[in-house]
Ligand binder design. Structure first.
Ligand code: TZP
Ligand code: MG
Length: 228
């Protein structure tokens, strides 16, 4: 089998809280976002019991598979194993990367949230497949973020992992929307190392038309802006 090659460019992180989802069903919103071209889906649920989460993840996995898009589970290695999806995303306070890798095996996709150079180097050395770097900009979607590091912080992390010779892929997260996406991607990249993608919650999940929002964001990613 081997590890699948992943396109991280337009990475959707889900959020089922009423402020984002309203009275819509998660599966319907994700389906629209997939129709608009998101390339990775991370199921991020901070409440609810395990059986419910597994059943939600199974339903989502059937959907993401039909689009050929990987499904990653936030925090929960047990849920990823139960569902047989492509991988997980862990933060600094979750299971150790080495333990997660042992449990999930070499072909699983494992992403790690990092907000400092040290965290980034450690995750790369530990065999993370990609880094979720942030928080770029403060966001109402996640208010307990340790660090708001700005584009300059992301840029420093990219430069340092590149200097250390790591080929680990990278996305950034936090406050990214249609009006700032191109500037963020431009400001975060260095001459040698660019981001592989952007991870987005509300600019897609809370959009009235998630398909159209994802389509517009994808277009912005593909069209280099005038200031570049
Ligand atoms: N991690 C850092 S910021 C964030 C997460 C999960 C939320 C990003 O949400 P949004 O709505 O894209 O700003
Ligand atoms: Mg976590």
């Amino acid at each position: 089998m081997g590890k699948p090659k992943v396109d991280y460019s337009l990475y959707l992180v889900t959020d089922s809280t009423p402020a984002i989802l309203g009275d819509r069903r998660l599966i319907d919103v994700v389906k629209e976002a997939l129709g608009g071209g998101v390339t990775v889906v991370q199921l991020r649920e901070k409440t609810g019991d395990t059986a419910e989460l597994i059943s939600k993840a199974r339903e989502l996995h059937a959907l993401t598979q039909s689009y050929g898009v990987p499904l990653l589970i936030n925090d929960r290695v047990d849920v990823a194993l139960a569902v047989g999806c492509e991988g997980i995303h862990i933060g600094q306070d979750d299971m150790e990367l080495s333990t997660a890798r042992k449990l999930l095996g070499p072909d699983a996709i494992i992403g790690v949230t990092v907000s400092t150079v040290d965290e980034a180097l450690k995750a790369c050395e530990g065999g993370a497949d990609y880094l979720g770097i942030g928080t770029v900009y403060a966001t109402p979607t996640k208010t307990n973020t340790k660090e708001v590091i700005g584009a300059a912080g992301v840029r420093e992390i990219l430069a340092r992992i590149d200097d250390a010779g790591h080929k680990t892929q990278t996305v950034c997260i936090g406050g990214i929307n249609e009006s700032n996406l191109q500037r963020i991607v431009f400001q975060c990249g260095t001459a040698k190392k660019k981001l592989d993608g952007v991870a987005i919650v509300s600019a897609i999940m809370a959009a009235e038309d998630p398909d159209a929002a994802a389509t517009r964001l994808g277009r912005l990613l593909r069209n280099p802006p005038a200031f570049q």
